[in-house]
Design a protein around this ligand. Sequence first.
Ligand SMILES: CC(C)(COP(=O)(O)OP(=O)(O)OC[C@H]1O[C@@H](n2cnc3c(N)ncnc32)[C@H](O)[C@@H]1OP(=O)(O)O)[C@@H](O)C(=O)NCCC(=O)NCCS
Length: 173
Amino acid sequence: MSSETAKPASASCVSLAIMTHPGQANPYGTLHGGVLLRLADECGALAALRHAGGSGGMINTVAIDSMTFLSPVYVGERVELCAEVTYVGRTSVESRIEIFAEPLDRAERRRVAVGYGLYVALDEHGRPRPVPGLLSETEADRLRDEAARARQAVRLARRDEARALSDPGDGRR
Ligand SMILES: CC(C)(COP(=O)(O)OP(=O)(O)OC[C@H]1O[C@@H](n2cnc3c(N)ncnc32)[C@H](O)[C@@H]1OP(=O)(O)O)[C@@H](O)C(=O)NCCC(=O)NCCS
């Protein structure tokens, strides 16, 4: 975390919206989950980048997790994504990403997926750089922080597991 003034989550809220089309369908005629994952990553990264700041700053995705799909999206619907920063470490920023869908002709928005992205702010050499802290002022913020620390601990355990898998230590790949 840098000495720069801590920021509230509200300062980095961001949204994206698209109209879906047949080229994005899976064989069953509903939207391919990968389309939503890509948009989710982009929207989460935008929120993290807003929080991290820094002119020309870069951000790198290190994990997308807990993406839970609640209902299908039908081709032709409008999809909207909203991301908000929920955790900040020294150089890492977590965004919660919510995805909504609605028919084009009716304002009947429904939540179709929720997940988290973890991003690392990078300097001009591609190395992690410190980011501003996340303001925590209310009881709701304290609960948010506690839940986020637990998610980050799980991610770090997964990273260790993935590293151990990719390096069996006996010369095999
Ligand atoms: C981003 C990257 C340059 C960071 O380098 P690094 O050597 O891992 O640096 P660190 O170990 O200091 O990690 C930086 C921060 O990210 C966090 N982090 C890194 N990998 C993580 C993971 N898998 N899960 C959770 N947190 C992670 C660390 O805890 C640390 O957080 P903190 O500074 O807030 O405490 C490097 O991890 C990388 O290049 N990863 C691949 C990312 C990528 O290619 N993404 C595109 C996918 S297409």
